[in-house]
Design a protein around this ligand. Sequence first.
Ligand SMILES: [Zn+2]
Length: 321
Amino acid sequence: MTGPNSQGPTVLYVVGAGRSGSTILDLALGSMPGFFGLGEMVRVLDHRYRKQDRCSCGHPPADCPFWAEVFARAGRIAPNWNPQAYWTLLRAGPIRYAHLPWLMQLMTRRAELKLMREHYKALIQAAAQVSGARVLIDSSKLASAGRLATTVPGLDTRLLHLVRDGRGVLVSRAKAFKKDVDAGVERDMRGHGALRSILAWGNANLGAEWLRMTTRGRPSARLRYEDFCKDPESAWGIAASALALDEQVGRDYSALSGPVGGVHQIAGNRVRMGGPQHIGFDTAWYNKIRPGQLLLFHTLGSPWARRYGYGSLGALREVVP
Ligand SMILES: [Zn+2]
């Protein structure tokens, strides 16, 4: 394993539960000088070969000028470039074990871990060359893929644990979406029940905490999505100091106050397709959450809610802008 001062591009790996606002965070941070948002790197190869999918620039992934060049260069950098084999291994390892990185490590052969690390590193190096950025954002979120990213020799990977109020996650996950590739929804997505969502939220945060604990000595930070939405520059400033990123990219966070937009994201939430947008505080879920969902959340999710400073709904309503 290499330390944060090792040679090579810096990766800011965003770890946490799904529907926590990672796509908008990726778009926002990627708008700052020196940064580039790559979206969910763990799923990039899935979208790469789908002709009907769209990058946020509007092109099918294979025709996107950024990603076409990244894949071409990665093929020259990796010693045994085989994107099909890499994608198969990602599905069997980091994607399958999602937020259980210790299980992924246990169940995956050493040679397979090595091959995945080589491919990930080649893609990151290629993306650094093509974008010219010093910090590349990978918002894959899975703790297992994060474990892989933090154990690549020669890559300086730092961890950002993104947390969102589990009640907001629960309401967001309850929504179903119809396939609409132009809007960034590649397949029908069914909604999830409250119990499953609360357990998934807790499990994802447990995985993120484990990842940070087992990579001590490496700069990392926790960021609450709500704090970021309310005051992006201040919230990011605190995280950036903990991540020791200022020395690489400076302290000009003013881009966060303007409209932010993804240049080339082929894997991520549908909001990547909306074009430049202002970071907004999503309050809609306060009025949508049902009493039964709240009861279940406060029965099962309260240890996590307390840990991350999410109080009662009444207290939250008072601070909602
Ligand atoms: Zn593109």
